[in-house]
Design a protein around this ligand. Structure first.
Ligand code: HDD
Length: 739
């Protein structure tokens, strides 16, 4: 075997180029090198953050390869050796630096929410909150840069996107008055009522400590042991078991601040609020079958979807809204304790009032620098927004700052570009690991007479952390909670009864699957008792699936009034950014295909042309997917444009059953794609001879399946069928959960 020789003539190993040589790229492959005047990516992100890419300040200031201290290098492929076949020399600085830096490239991943995706954007206030909070971020038409990070909770950084899990929804507002972080989830309630239990619930959902399995899953004994013993977790758990646990896209998730916060108006009056993010595209989910397939076929599904949509200009938007409550002494609404983070307040009782709009309009330049290093903290508050005594929130106020010290290697992480406030900073914090500020002066204390008295205390009307003079109940120190925190089941029941029939079926299936993966009988029985306290039909269905009797309920199911706003079914939503698969055969009708592509674009959706193989399909139209690479889960609708006879490689990438089941005359991969889309209740259309494909698959005449004449008619049908997200009636139900 021959090894590649150094391309430098003469003595092997590095040599000192003469001055003339230094002005030219050192690689023989000049075309691959940036031109000497080529700048790196923009130094300032769309939200005004220094991305660290500024040639003047950071890593990519010249087109030449250099060491970390800026000396230019010539050979990065060969270590310095004593002779070509001799031992490597310790004096090779470049080798040592390169390997040592690589050895330290990773930082600890987040203890929870390790896997995520981020985006930059802007928040525009409507002015509607101005009467109840002095926070400038909500002023009419005030624009504030934001950075959002979405995440799963339980899995490691390298796990998959479609785990059944809660999703993080954390927003950093770089306001003029300091940074405000709204660190929420896609579910309005939390597992536990007291921060003291947070490490416990997290330990229970994480992989078992002996074998470190399962990854990114709640379907195991320790999780169900915890939630069946700490029944306050039942409400959050039923949200996880519902379709909300497997969102279709980060763009199609609601967000919730969960806790009750306090707004303080300019005149000092206060109100209590709960934050809600409402996605313009509506809240949607995938099915469990889609989740399972996707985790294998495309584990980056949500990350890709977010980045692709932003790159395509389909900027996702959310309206921020608040439920507003009087700041009374008992802090309850219709018996719901506002300090209990396991409770929501139904929107039918207290409506969500819109106060601003967030648009995500730019992808990060560098995943590590921005999405990985961004550090949120619910204690980052601005004047006009304050906390309440929610015991979960109180613990969070400590935890986030603390965790960043380990994760980001010291106390100066607020100096990292993505975390740097846009408001001016003048603190008296000094030194520490990775200090990159060069502080002037000699007196970082106050008052002082040596640095001109600076920094000064802020005038009364500009200060943050104005402690609201909330009266505290005369009390004694104790480790206990209020009696109102003892109701663990009524809202879990409220949620279940608020769902549509098909959503309830999904919940029952999810519990049956998860408990079916548990080994310990005591855990299953205890959880069945909890289910019996939520809904007898639910408990019976799950128990039947597990092959057991229903045990006595943990308590009698409560009388509750459902909240229809909690269901994801029944509305009509905009089509923006929805993906439509256009399946063509080798003889694609270029005219009809072009009309369909254009019409789908015009409707704000994304056409994905799926052809037997890659490359051009028709004039100006290129295949974006092939029969081999297309996945039904990424499509919100499928249109078969003409005949799709089996291609020469028709069996490629198929399981034996799908191959055998395909009807004659249809490529089996197309048959599988269309059948999956049909099973997942998506709109399926046939254009021209495409109708024969639907006939052969025996789906013609079923709900949401239509044969149409041409591309224009197909687009019109899509506009009609797709706003409901799915053809819900096509999902079969057992009838057990009908009202
Ligand atoms: Fe938390 C991260 C949301 C309770 C302690 N949490 C983290 C993130 C989100 C949430 C979205 C990821 C932020 C990012 O993208 O960097 N957490 C919540 C919500 C909660 C909640 C909505 C309840 C309503 N969390 C909670 C409690 C504690 C923590 C009670 C501790 C007492 N959370 C953390 C943490 C993390 C975190 C350990 C891990 C990484 C990080 O903070 O930066 O400090």
């Amino acid at each position: 075997m021959t090894t590649q020789q150094p391309d430098i003539p003469g003595t092997p190993g590095p040599r000192t180029p003469d001055l003339e040589e230094r002005t030219a790229p050192t690689s023989s492959d000049d075309a691959a090198m940036p031109a000497p005047d080529q700048r790196g990516p923009a130094s300032v992100s769309p939200t005004g953050q220094d991305t660290g890419a500024d040639p003047a300040t950071a890593a990519q200031g010249c087109p030449y390869l250099t060491t970390a201290h800026g000396t230019r290098l010539q050979d990065s492929d060969h270590s310095l050796k004593a002779g070509r076949r001799g031992p490597t020399l310790l004096q090779d600085h470049h080798l040592r630096e390169k390997i040592s830096h690589f050895d330290h490239e990773r930082i600890p991943e987040r203890v929870v929410h390790a896997r995520g995706a981020g985006a930059h954007g802007v928040f525009r206030g409507y002015g509607t909150a101005a009467k109840i909070t002095r926070a400038g971020v909500f002023a009419k038409d005030k624009e504030t840069p934001v950075f959002v990070r979405f995440s799963t909770v339980a899995g490691s950084r390298g796990s998959f996107d479609l785990a059944r899990d809660t999703r993080g929804f954390a927003t950093k507002f770089y306001t003029d008055e300091g940074t405000w972080d709204l660190v929420g989830n896609n579910m309005p309630v939390f597992f536990v009522q007291d921060a003291m239990k947070f490490p416990d619930v997290v330990h229970s959902v994480k992989p078992h400590p002996d074998r470190e399995i399962p990854q990114a899953q709640s379907a195991h004994d320790t999780f169900w042991d915890f939630v069946s013993l700490h029944t306050e977790a039942q409400h959050h758990t039923i949200w996880n078991m519902s379709d909300r646990g497997i969102p279709r896209s980060y763009r199609m998730m609601e967000g919730f601040g969960v806790h009750t916060y306090r707004f303080i108006a300019a005149d000092g009056t206060t109100s209590l609020v709960k934050f809600h993010w409402k996605p313009k595209l509506g809240a949607h989910s995938v099915t469990w079958e889609e989740a399972l397939v996707t985790n294998g076929a495309d584990p980056d599904f949500h990350r890709r979807d977010l980045a692709d949509a932003i790159e395509a200009g389909a900027f996702p938007e959310w309206e921020l809204g608040v439920q507003v409550f009087e700041d009374t002494e008992d802090q309850t609404v219709e018996g719901i304790d506002l300090l209990d983070p396991t409770k929501l307040v139904p929107e039918e009782l207290v409506p969500v009032q819109p106060i601003g709009l967030m648009t995500l309009n730019a992808n990060p330049t560098n995943y590590f620098a921005e999405t990985e290093q961004v550090a949120f903290n619910p204690a980052n508050l601005v004047p006009g927004i304050d906390v309440t005594n929610d015991p979960l929130l109180q613990g969070r106020l400590f935890s986030y700052l603390d965790t960043q010290i380990t994760r980001l290697g010291g106390p100066n992480w607020t100096q990292l570009p993505i975390n740097r406030p846009h408001a001016q900073v003048n603190d008296m914090l000094r030194d520490g690991m990775h200090q990159s500020a060069v502080h002037r002066g000699v007196a970082p204390y106050r008052p002082n007479s040596l640095d001109g008295g600076m920094p000064f205390e802020a005038p009364a009307d500009e200060r943050a952390f104005i402690d609201h003079p909330e009266p505290l109940p005369a009390s004694v120190k104790e480790r206990a909670h209020a009696a109102s925190f003892d109701d663990h089941f009524s809202q879990a029941r409220l949620f279940f009864l608020s769902l549509s029939e098909v959503e309830r079926e999904h919940v029952a299936q999810a519990y049956t699957f998860e408990l079916g993966k548990c080994f310990e009988e005591t855990v299953r029985v205890r959880q069945l008792r909890a289910l019996a306290a939520i809904d007898a039909r639910l408990a019976e269905t799950v128990a039947a699936g597990l092959g057991r009797e229903v045990p006595e309920p943990a308590e009698s199911p409560a009388d509750v009034t459902p909240s229809p706003a909690l269901s994801q079914v029944g509305g009509q939503w905009p089509l923006d950014g929805r993906q439509v698969g256009l399946v063509v055969g080798p003889e694609a009708d270029a005219g009809e295909l072009g009309t369909a592509v254009q019409g789908i674009h015009d409707a704000g959706m994304v056409p994905l042309v799926i052809a037997p193989r890659g490359g051009p399909v028709a004039d100006g139209i290129v295949a974006q997917r092939t029969y081999l690479t297309a996945a039904s889960v990424e499509l919100d609708a499928v249109v078969v444009m003409g005949a799709t006879p089996p291609a020469a490689d028709a069996q490629h990438g198929l399981d034996a059953k799908s191959a055998a089941d395909a009807p004659e005359g249809v490529d089996p991969r197309v048959a599988k794609l269309v059948q999956e889309a049909w099973r997942q209740a998506k709109a399926v259309l046939g254009v021209g001879e495409g109708a024969a494909v639907l006939d052969a698959l025996k789906i013609t005449g079923t709900l949401g399946v239509e044969s149409v004449e041409g591309g224009a008619a197909a687009v019109a049908k899509l506009r009609e069928l797709m706003p409901a997200h799915r053809v819900w009636e096509r999902f079969g139900t057992t009838g057990r959960f009908a009202d």
